[in-house]
Ligand binder design. Structure first.
Ligand code: SAH
Length: 229
């Protein structure tokens, strides 16, 4: 039998998830599709067992290799912003991390192409997502800043790490009418979440407010370079 809930976290009840979703609604997330997807997916499986009891708190948590799982409200904001642009069937995610947002995107009906630069995270996410039997997910180890040309065009591109504004955007991998969501660092302390709508020639920019993400980094990190938790 497939055992999804680890014994140590067996006491995390669906009520905990209901409370998280209630607090997301109170914080202004009103897309029922997003709230239902987050209610259904056990977030504690995407963090180390020692942190499982904190998985539903309104914080980001370490997932090893100096990276973090984004806090629930940030994930919800990104998903709601994406769905508000219209139907999204194929999405490119840059920064798989724990695979939590990847799973949500797939459970929202999208075909997800997700790239992660840290081998350990890529492998752990691949193993978990396979164990959860979530369909429509394609994972790749690599530097996502070049996108995934073979699988383009996408309806949407989502960065889950903060992009320096100097990075050439991946509009050319979007279909006309598609959108790109990216946290932008701009060399300052404050980051802004930006939504671009691409019409095939130009992008229209919308500022979705302040955000906080780990930086987008170049190259890849192999298993043997492991640091941290
Ligand atoms: N949505 C994820 C967020 C993880 S944090 C989650 O909730 O778990 C961002 C991730 O982006 C990290 O895992 C980091 O290793 C990855 N990342 C940073 N730069 C990258 C790049 N150039 N290409 C691919 N992944 C990158």
């Amino acid at each position: 039998m497939l055992r999804l809930v680890k014994p140590e976290v067996g006491m995390i009840s669906p009520r905990t998830r209901e409370r998280m979703v209630a607090s997301l609604r109170a914080a202004g997330i009103d897309d029922d599709r997003v709230l239902a997807a987050m209610l259904a997916l056990p977030r504690h499986l995407f963090v180390a067992e020692a942190l499982a009891s904190r998985a539903y708190e309104p914080v980001s948590l370490p997932i090893g290799w100096g990276q973090t799982i984004s806090q629930p409200l940030m994930v919800a904001r990104m998903l709601a912003a994406l769905l508000a642009t219209g139907p999204v069937q194929r999405v490119l995610e840059i920064g798989t991390g724990s695979g939590y947002q990847t799973a949500l995107l797939a459970n929202l009906g999208m075909e997800v192409f997700s790239i992660e630069r840290v081998e350990g995270l890529h492998r752990a996410a691949a193993e978990l997502l396979q164990r959860l039997a979530i369909p429509r997910i394609h994972l790749r180890l690599g530097d996502g800043s070049q996108g995934w040309a073979d699988a383009a065009p996408f309806d949407a591109v989502v960065f889950t790490a903060a992009v320096p504004c100097a990075l050439p955007p991946l509009f050319h991998q979007l279909r006309p009418g598609g959108c790109l969501l990216s946290p932008e660092a701009d060399g300052r302390e404050e980051q802004r979440l930006k939504l671009y709508r691409w019409d095939g020639q130009q992008a229209q920019e919308e500022d979705l407010g302040e955000c906080r993400f780990v930086p987008l980094l170049p190259g890849t990190v192999s298993q043997k370079d492991r640091i941290g938790v």
